[in-house]
Design a protein around this ligand. Structure first.
Ligand code: KIV
Length: 287
C-alpha cells in the first residue's frame, strides 16, 4: 500500500522528533513515480528543470507555463507525495499581487502542496501575501540561483561573518513571514547547524551539511546531468552512462541486423500461403 502523503504538520513534527526529511527534484512523470515508489518524503519541481531537462545554461529563462506543465506531470507520477512547485524568475519579483496570482496557479492548475521562492528579507512581503492566501511556502536562502548574478556567480554563501549575519536575518524574516520551512543552499555546516537551532521551522539543506532534511537535484544524484557536478553532490547512479551504453548497443544491433529478431515481431494469423497469394498480386517496385 502507498504511504500516506506528508502534510506540512508531518514535516514540522519530523523536525521536532529529530527525523530527517528526504527531498529530491523531479520534473517528469517517470522520475516522480520512481521517487514515490522509493518512499521519498517530498519532491521539488525546481526551476532547475531549465538546466536539467530544457537545456538552458541557467534557470532564469524558465516560464510559469514550463513550471505548471512539469508540475502536472510530477503530480500524475507521484499522487501520494508532498510536492513543492518552484516559482520561476519573474513570477514574484514585481509585486505581492503577481506573487499570489502565480502561487495560486501552482495549487489550482498543478495541485502542488506548496510553493518555494528565493530570497529572505527582500521577499518578506511576498511570503506574507502568499501564506495569507492560504498557500504553504518554503523559503530559499544562501546560494539563490535566480540572483546568482548579484551574488557573483554560483558561489557558496555565508562563509564570512558579515554574509552569515545577513543570512541569519534572511532566515528570521522567512520564518516571521509565515513560511513553514526553509531551504538553505551552499552555506557552511556551522551556519546551517545554527539555523536549525535558531528557527522553529524545518531547515532543509542542499550543499549545506547536516540539517533537518536534505535536498538533491535528481539530475545530479542520478548521474544524468553532464554539464557539471557540484562538490556537495553524492552520485547514487550513472544514468547518463547507462543510457549512452544502451543507445550504442541498439545502434550496433540495428547496423548488424540483429534487431529486431523473431521475438520482437507480430506473426501472421492467416495461413502463410494466403499471404503469398496476396503478395503475388503486386509487382515489387511498382506500386
Ligand atoms: O530549482 C531547484 O532545483 C532549486 C535547487 C537548486 C535548490 O531551487
Amino acid at each position: 500500500m502507498a504511504a500516506k502523503k506528508k502534510s506540512i504538520f508531518d514535516l514540522i513534527n519530523m523536525k521536532k522528533a529529530g527525523e530527517q526529511v528526504s527531498w529530491v527534484t523531479a520534473y517528469d512523470f517517470p522520475t516522480a513515480s520512481f521517487a514515490e515508489q522509493a518512499g521519498m518524503d517530498m519532491i521539488l519541481v525546481g526551476d532547475s528543470l531549465g538546466m536539467v531537462v530544457l537545456g538552458y545554461s541557467g534557470t532564469n529563462p524558465v516560464t510559469m507555463e514550463d513550471c505548471i506543465s512539469h508540475c502536472k506531470a510530477v503530480r500524475r507520477g507521484a499522487p501520494n507525495t508532498f510536492i513543492a512547485g518552484d516559482m520561476p524568475f519573474g513570477s514574484y519579483q514585481v509585486s505581492d499581487e503577481d506573487a499570489v496570482f502565480n502561487a495560486c496557479r501552482f495549487i489550482k492548475e498543478a495541485q502542488t502542496d506548496s510553493i518555494k521562492l528565493e530570497g529572505g528579507v527582500r521577499v518578506k512581503s511576498r511570503i506574507k501575501a502568499i501564506t495569507g492566501a492560504g498557500i504553504p511556502v518554503i523559503g530559499h536562502i544562501g546560494l539563490t540561483p535566480q540572483s546568482s548574478g548579484q551574488l557573483g556567480g554560483f558561489k557558496a554563501q555565508g562563509r564570512d561573518v558579515r554574509s552569515a549575519k545577513s543570512l541569519i536575518e534572511d532566515a528570521g524574516a522567512v520564518q516571521e513571514a509565515g513560511a513553514f520551512a526553509i531551504l538553505v543552499e551552499a552555506v557552511p555546516p556551522e551556519l546551517t547547524d545554527f539555523l536549525c537551532k535558531y528557527l522553529t521551522i524545518p531547515v532543509f539543506g542542499i550543499g549545506a551539511g547536516p540539517a533537518d532534511g536534505q535536498l538533491l537535484i535528481c539530475g545530479d544524484m542520478l548521474g544524468l546531468f553532464q554539464a557539471f557536478t557540484p562538490k556537495f553532490v553524492k552520485q547514487y547512479a550513472k544514468v547518463a552512462e547507462a543510457e549512452i551504453n544502451a543507445f550504442k548497443a541498439y545502434i550496433d544491433d540495428v547496423k548488424a541486423k540483429k534487431f529486431p529478431s523473431d521475438e520482437h515481431v507480430y506473426h501472421v494469423i492467416d495461413p502463410i500461403e494466403a499471404f503469398n497469394e496476396l503478395f503475388k498480386q503486386y509487382k515489387p517496385g511498382c506500386p
